[in-house]
Design a protein around this ligand. Sequence first.
Ligand SMILES: [Zn+2]
Length: 381
Amino acid sequence: MPRLPRVTYGRRVTDHTSPAVPHPAAPTPDPALTSTPVAAPAVVSAASGAFAAHLPLAHSMLDRAAHRRTEEGLFATLRADPSTRVVLLHRGRLATGPDGLALATPQEVAAVPEPHAASGDHSNTPRWVFLGEDAPSGTSFLALLLPDDADDLDLDIEGVDPKGPLSVLVRTHEWAGLRELASRLGPRDTGLATEAVALAAWHAANERCPRCGEPTVPVAAGWVRRCVAQDIEHYPRTDPAVIMAVVDPGAGPGEDRLLLGHAAHWPEGRFSTLAGYVEPGEGLEQAVRREVAEEVGVTVGEVVYRASQPWPFPASLMLGFTATALTTDLRPDGEEVTDARWFTRAELTQATESGDVRLPSRSSIARALIEEWFGGPLTGE
Ligand SMILES: [Zn+2]
């Protein structure tokens, strides 16, 4: 059964399983984090409410303008337009500047070859992707995916580096991973970055056709890879993963407890909500119940969807839920989860302030789920 390789997602949310009654030890609730305890609909729009507002990677404002992907000569048109901006990626990292992404002008990348060159498409060729448009300004955005070896200086017999333009781009920029950048990107750059990082990972993993093993080439402005041998198309995939705040309602309001687990591969003291991939042929609610049962032996009743966040490491979509526990006996599976505990708000306050428990980063949906249940921000990164 597929499991998430690394669970470091999280941020804050509002809780439908119990009224937002602050524990005496809890800080004054952040109004943005406490939702009016209305009857919870079965499905809540991902973009709505305070919960989604605390998911930094879910804030894209970009118009993907999918209708332009098949436009004849799109890359040439956009590269000739001085207002176009280019997201640069190298080895999964983004070119950054003081204000977020360092977006290149067409002139700065003019020496980089056109896509679909006769040399084909493989890990040592640059790749171009159309990301979309920014409606207010009319700016179009491309991503330039630089090959891994772009920074290897490889002089030919005349002392010239044939990868010169690529090597210069790598050496003249600062690079950072999306996880590090997430909290300081604005909505536009968040959309550009998540889209570019996800597509870069997809291209890198799909150079060959999964059916016949022959090479594939990018078409549709980087949104499709075509198997030339079979004349079939392959599209980018996203892997849905459920992540859930499991709550024991306890004796009543204010007595509820949150379930947090420690995964085998995490640093000591790291606790987070449980999570796992949706299996083939499985519904989301089923996946929530199965994962919780497998990992800690708890039976879950009501499951309520909260919001989602792209997590392109390499291709996940995190779907956040709250879930009501029907049993409280904890039996960690000892493989994926090596420790699991119920926390009251007072216990979680004490444990995070003392450093005994360290929560996942503020860019993660796990953190949003934990802080929504808690009713406000908690100590730690
Ligand atoms: Zn094929």
